[in-house]
Design a protein. Sequence first.
Length: 426
Amino acid sequence: MTDLAPTDLVSSPRVADTPSRRRNQKLRKALIQHRPLSASGLSERLFGLLFSGLVYPQIWEDPAVDMEAMQIRPEHHIVTIGSGGCNMLAYLSAMPERIDVVDLNRHHVALNRLKLAAFRHLPAQGDLVRFLAREDLSSNVAAYDRFIAEHLDGFTRSYWEGRKLNGRRRIAVFGANLYRTGLLGRFIWLAHMLARAHGVDPSELTATRSMREQRQFFDERLAPLFERPVIRWLTGRKSSLFGLGIPPQQFDELASLSSEKTLAPVLRHRLEKLVCHFPLRHNYFAWQAFGRRYPLPHEGMLPLHLQPEAYEAIRDNAERVHVHHESFTDLLARKLPGTVDRYVLLDAQDWMTDQQLDDLWSEITRTAAPGAVVIFRTAAERSILEGRVSDDLLAHWHYDQAKSEALNVKDRSAIYGGFHIYRRQA
């Protein structure tokens, strides 16, 4: 890395002091203050910078699996990480008493609040589907201005009406294709470009009409890509998978599954599950990965929260959801003992230190109601808690390994190696 002179940190009076410029200055200062910087430290800083923007327009954990594990009842209080917000909307269809959504990423907070407002204030279910699931409709931006904007809190409205570098408001993305934006959307685009450079168009999967054809497409077109030298080299670099939301810690967990220095075999196995284990009509995750959109009615099913039978329950109970810009542990610290029934941690624990895990599970154990359930995912197959969270804390919990493994097989997103269920001991 090239040394930076202290004068490089001084803004020229001719240059506007924008939020983007200030963020870049902070990063450069951090790089100076922490030199010499190790390769792993640089990877973590780069990942943190990339993750400071919108990452997931859609969540990549299967809510159907979550709901089968949690068995949500009307009296339940749920705490979940927000991400793209599809999970909390799916949970809301079961009409629990309260859902607290937390996220440290302000872009995800704004997206979650906007999706809730769309359910509450767009005139009908068809308008909602057009707004959240269809592309290239300029009428979506008009619908925001007419029906949604005035009902948003100040932060959320300011966010969506803020201008990007091209001068357009952020909300304009709903008139194009929301799911081609964000870190993951751009990563999928790059993956498509890389595959096309090797003579394979991934979008052709959407033309298959049976699981047999899906299998044939994978075996003949996709699987050979993972033997290409360039792809094997790329999948051996931690930074190449940041776009999937895989931080350096998760990369190491995935690497533990392979004796090779590349993750190509692991990624091939996960992609095989995504392509071959579920009918394409029933797997909107595959549509997002290969079609870069949701299916049309004659092509397949939309996510649970966008299906007609879930619409009224979500719309009529949207006020039961509270979106917080803070950490899971900090929110729980404000809860009374024994008041939370369900906890959804996504894959966040893969990123945590042992101390952070202990702090989190101390609050989970303190706030857990009788019969409480915790669910989470891991990059590798095994649960990461044993040997890292104190035995005294884990003694309060039973790991339902059999149910965890059975439901992991059903997870259509196919990104994660493990799905885990912990139940509060009596």
